[in-house]
Design a protein around this ligand. Sequence first.
Ligand code: FPP
Length: 247
Amino acid sequence: MELNTENLPCHIAIIMDGNGRWAKKHAMGRIRGHKKGAKAVRETVTACRELGISYLTLYAFSSENWGRPGHEVKALMELLEEYLDNELDDLLKQGISLSTIGDIDRLPPSVQDKLFKVKQSTQENKKMVLTLALSYGGRDEILEAVKRVAKDSLKGLLSADEMTKEQFATYLHTNRLPDPDLLIRTSGEYRISNFLLWQLAYTELYFTDTLWPDFSREELYKAITVYQGRQRRFGLTDEQIESDRPV
Ligand code: FPP
């Protein structure tokens, strides 16, 4: 499939869903689905990097996922460690820096150590920022930001009355990231599931029935092509957007 490389989204965020259903469809255990899902992560990261996407954010483990059976949580953590071990060289070669959002302190110490190592080793890379949302919940993130704003206000470091949206956004985990232009959710579910609640305000949403382990470069191109056909109005009228367009 040919892709028009003009008007690419600068930041793509993905809710990777459907590993369990993929496994069931193939008469396998759920963990096999997650393993195949990790392969789709590799392929998607490389495809985005090759296209010149600046930011890719993946919902890899939500704060709610802690409630899954212990053996599945353990397997997901092991898979993440394996990914970090195996991918470091490739991330370096591709000029990708790794970052995270979420309550990283809740992750097993061995995962935290590996994350720290990969983040440190890749921090100078400038081609693409890959952000893994781990133990992440959008409401937790906003609530934590509100608490920090309240504390800073009490200390006299800011005036709560004069606070702007831009200032508030600096208290979020995504402080250094632009808002996503395109959100992709796989597996035919039409929900945001507590992902980037503040940041998705004007993001274009794309839903596909494809299960995450089957997500491919082709699927990514399809989502981007749909995005390119959308008119982003940011609350303005059609006419205002048209008159702003260069001729
Ligand atoms: C949703 O599928 C997926 C997850 C909860 C975790 C995402 C994890 C991966 C893609 C693999 C490992 C990630 C990295 C970064 C190496 P589900 O289990 O909710 O599927 P279901 O809804 O069909 O049951």
